[in-house]
Write a protein that binds this ligand. Structure first.
Ligand SMILES: Nc1nc2c(ncn2[C@@H]2O[C@H](COP(=O)(O)OP(=O)(O)O)[C@@H](O)[C@H]2O)c(=O)[nH]1
Ligand SMILES: [Mg+2]
Length: 153
């Protein structure tokens, strides 16, 4: 990879041998109590930690993964529920690469609420730049399921 620098109007070409770190920004969105923080903690710590407090404002965790022998740095933003601090969340949407929308399968409203996030994302991103995943959480409570599974074809 080559990097061009201009120093005192002189063009300098620098060869970069070490591949620069690639980073991807994720954001977890969803109604309060759907399990955003739990999912993030579980992913990072690889264990279940009981959460007894709500997320205030916005929080993040970092990790790295190996993909095709390259190290990829992940920055995962964990947001508070929609009622409070939504303004803070909104400011981050523009700088996000991957959106993870989370609902809980035992609460239909938490599923329907996702449309607010989708609309907010559309406001700041071009349609073709949006990478989005939807997660139905609390699957252990499937007997109380309120959001039906439908085949997507
Ligand atoms: N039964 C069950 N409870 C969960 C699950 N994920 C999270 N919770 C619980 O749901 C509550 C809210 O979780 P939290 O991660 O704080 O939700 P957040 O507000 O979306 O960040 C906590 O009491 C969690 O322990 C799950 O998969 N199953
Ligand atoms: Mg939280």
């Amino acid at each position: 990879m080559n990097l061009m620098l201009f120093l005192k109007n002189k063009k300098i070409k620098i060869k970069i041998y070490k591949i620069m770190e690639i980073s991807l920004k994720f954001i977890l969105l969803g109604y309060s109590m759907v399990g955003k923080t739990q999912i993030l903690n579980h992913y990072i710590e690889k264990k279940y930690i009981k959460i007894t407090y709500p997320t205030i404002g916005i929080d993040f965790k970092k990790t790295t993964i190996k993909l095709n022998e390259k190290t990829l740095k992940l920055i995962i933003w964990d947001t508070a529920g929609p009622e409070r601090y939504f303004q803070i969340t909104q400011n981050y949407l523009k700088y996000t690469d991957v959106f993870i929308l989370i609902y809980e399968i035992i609460d239909r409203y938490s599923f329907e609420y996702l449309i607010h996030y989708i609309n907010a994302i559309y406001e700041v991103k071009n349609k073709e730049d949006i990478i989005l995943g939807i997660v139905g959480n609390k699957n252990d409570l499937y007997e109380e399921r309120k959001v039906k599974l439908k085949k997507i074809s």
